[in-house]
Design a binder for this molecule. Structure first.
Ligand code: DNO
Length: 386
């Protein structure tokens, strides 16, 4: 039997989460992935508050293993305004987390929006619900709600989007806007059409090269602190891993990550391997990413997406979808033995199923769907490592 195994983890959003800490234990996870969401983006997380939350998690018989995320303020991404102070605050938060014994830090560098979907209750044939990114709905929102030019869209795509938009009633239009702008679980920002438009203008002169330079400059200031603390940094991929609203993306592909690691070469400068995010792009070879980035993967999110012909996708069962979960987990089992490490892994998202269909759940983060995902993934790993 293999000695090194995934550290089974579960994202918990705090005391208001409908999924309680005892639910987390019942689901079979031993570690918690968590963030102090109540602290405004950019402020230092005080040691006392970290420890207080940690105590709550300990008392439930669990361990706060990973922080997801220490959010990166927009001013750091754009290197403007008070960004220097914000970076100092970020460094202090990393030190404070280490003082409490929390060393695995995840972050993302997606401008303006965190992850994006267009449908939070896509009906599956069995009547459970999944999250979906429907490209046509996104185009319709871009062209007819935001009223932005669809640069790069073909006439055909515009016509299809218009037809889709015309058949939506007012309530569905509002729902689409809220789904895209109101912030999915874990996002720190919420927008309305006007504030979002204004925010997009701020990125007018920031393309991928500029954003990447800003990320590298940020890493150069953060990585030495992370090294000193004996911690690791895991950059979550863009979700989805292609440009939306003309905003730059710099964590979508293997090459993106290689550039960042080359620019700031440290073992702590790493990746959160999210199979669902990376897998939403056909030309991402997920197995090659595991093989080539290996030691830089400090955290793993496992879920599957089913790609559709036009670039849309929906979240599939954890063991199904367009990528082979069998091969991904097998590579991780081998990687962990080779490097003699156990990597934290959480089942990412889950379908809304059974009793959860009657509850108001956090999109993607309902209890039963993730319990099912974790059970399947645990079984797969168990089989592969015996
Ligand atoms: C999907 C989400 C998140 C989210 C993180 C980024 O991909 O469930 O993991 O993007 O908050 O750090």
């Amino acid at each position: 039997m293999c000695q090194y195994k995934f550290k089974q983890s579960w994202r918990w959003f705090g005391p208001d989460d409908v999924v309680s800490l005892s639910d987390v234990r019942q689901a079979g996870a031993t570690n918690v992935v968590h963030a102090l969401h109540h602290i405004p983006n950019g402020e230092v997380w005080p040691v006392e508050e970290i420890k207080e939350r940690q105590k709550l998690i300990d008392q439930a018989g669990l361990h706060w293993l990973v922080v997801e995320s220490v959010p990166v303020h927009e001013n750091i991404k754009l290197r403007k305004g008070n960004y220097k102070q914000l970076i100092k605050n970020y460094q202090e938060t990393i030190r404070n987390l280490a003082a409490a014994g929390i060393h695995n830090i995840t972050y993302n560098f997606m401008p303006v929006l965190d992850w994006t979907r267009t449908d939070l209750s896509y009906q599956l044939p069995h009547r459970g619900k999944a999250l979906r990114f429907h490209l046509v709905a996104y185009h319709a929102f871009l062209l007819y709600e935001l009223e932005l030019p669809g640069t790069g869209l073909t006439e055909d795509q515009k016509t299809v989007a218009l037809r889709f938009y015309e058949q939506l009633d007012e309530a569905s239009k509002t729902e689409l806007t809220n789904t895209i702008l109101a912030g999915l679980p874990g996002s720190e920002e919420r927008w309305d059409i006007d504030s979002f438009r204004k925010k997009l203008w701020e990125y007018e002169n920031t393309g991928p090269d500029e954003l990447r330079a800003n990320l590298i400059a940020f890493l150069k200031e953060i990585v030495p602190v992370v090294e000193d603390c004996g911690s690791t940094l895991s950059l979550h991929p863009d979700d989805p891993p292609f440009a939306l609203f003309n905003l730059p993306r710099v964590a979508s592909t293997l090459e993106d990550y290689q550039k960042l690691i080359e620019a700031v070469p440290s073992p702590v400068n790493g990746m959160c391997f999210c199979s669902g995010s990376l897998g939403a792009r056909k030309d991402n070879d997920l197995e090659a990413i595991i093989r080539l980035l290996g030691k830089h993967i400090h955290f793993v999110h496992l879920r599957s997406v089913q790609l559709e012909d036009d670039g849309s996708f929906y979240e599939a069962n954890h063991l199904e979808g367009s990528n082979s979960m069998y091969h991904l987990v097998k590579l991780f089992v081998e990687l962990m033995q080779k490097h003699q490490i156990s990597i934290p892994m959480r089942p990412d998202h889950g379908h809304q199923l059974l009793d959860d269909l009657k509850k108001k759940t956090n999109p993607g983060y309902s209890g039963i769907g993730r319990l099912k995902g974790l059970a399947e993934l645990r079984g797969l790993e168990y089989g592969l490592s015996h």
